[in-house]
Design a protein around this ligand. Structure first.
Ligand code: KIV
Length: 286
């Protein structure tokens, strides 16, 4: 069967059929191409960009310009997956007009299929306004890294009844406002299951157990490319960091030893042609 580009109704249909939705992050053309060829449903250009690619200590400093630049690169590598651009901190928090304008840039300048923004009840009206402007929005509740200081650090959310109720209420309000999917980060698995079953829109979990309608991870974590810290919910399918560091070290050693490039990696020339060459010496400059 010919593969076709994923769209919002496909995700709704997957949820209805009990088929899991697959999503990973990408920040450039090369990784987007790998993920698209691996057949994943969705690609997120997360503002985790700031931490795993740009070297910031948090996602807070990430700018609209940085997000648009990277989304454009990912767009070029994405043919079939549904492409979501993450709205950075303060790009949707000041007023609705600015939120719509910035969300529109992800669509017009970067070719995204949807945007994502963080928050629960407090962002419902902003989300509604962006959707009313014709832009699909993925919501993100639970542990929201842009406001991690307010949450008291990177910790599991919704562990007591009051905070769990707030997450459930947020999810229902976001669905009513028109979100097309909800990312749920770092919340107890049974709460994630209850929220998923209470909604018509699909949920995509990260550190939220296996009762969500889909799963997302930061690709650099999954590939073992990000060494600073590893959240408990990340499964590393491969550890590329030591492999890359060792390969680069071998290159350095061989260049220093003069063993690279060997003839196998060099270009030859006929000896008689080489012999005809004369080195013209310049006279001393006056
Ligand atoms: O920025 C990001 O990569 C995200 C995912 C962790 C969902 O928001």
């Amino acid at each position: 069967m010919e593969r076709k580009k994923m769209s919002i109704p496909d995700f709704w249909a997957k949820k209805k059929a009990g088929q899991k939705i697959t999503m990973l992050t990408a920040y450039d053309w090369a990784m987007a191409s790998f993920i698209d060829q691996a057949g994943l449903d969705m690609i997120l250009v997360g503002d985790s960009l700031g931490m795993v690619v740009l070297g910031y200590d948090s996602t807070v400093p990430v700018t609209m310009e940085e997000m648009i630049h990277h989304c454009r690169a990912v767009r070029r590598g994405t043919r079939y997956a549904f492409l979501v651009g993450d709205m950075p901190f303060m790009s949707y928090n000041i007023n609705r007009e600015e939120a719509i304008r910035n969300a529109g840039r992800f669509m017009k300048e970067a070719g995204c299929d949807a945007v994502k923004l963080e928050g629960g009840l407090e962002v419902v009206e902003t989300l509604r306004a962006i959707v009313a402007a014709g832009i699909p929005v993925v919501a993100h509740i639970g542990l929201t890294p842009q406001t991690v200081t307010m949450l008291g650090g990177f910790k599991v959310q919704g562990k007591d009844t009051a905070s769990a109720q707030r997450l459930l209420d947020s999810a229902l309000a976001l669905e009513e406002a028109g979100t097309c999917a909800i990312v749920m980060e770092c919340i107890p698995d049974k709460l994630a299951g209850l929220i998923s079953r209470s909604l018509r829109v699909p949920t995509i979990g990260i550190g939220a157990g296996n009762e969500c309608d889909g799963q997302v991870l930061v690709t650099n974590d999954l590939l073992g490319l990000f060494e600073k810290f590893l959240p408990k919910f990340v499964k590393q399918y491969v550890q590329l960091y030591p492999l890359i560091r060792d390969a680069l070290g071998s290159y350095k050693t061989e260049v220093e030893a003069g063993t690279f490039p060997s003839p196998e990696y060099s270009f030859g020339m006929a000896a008689q042609d080489l012999k005809k060459l004369r080195v013209k010496k310049k006279g001393p400059s006056k």
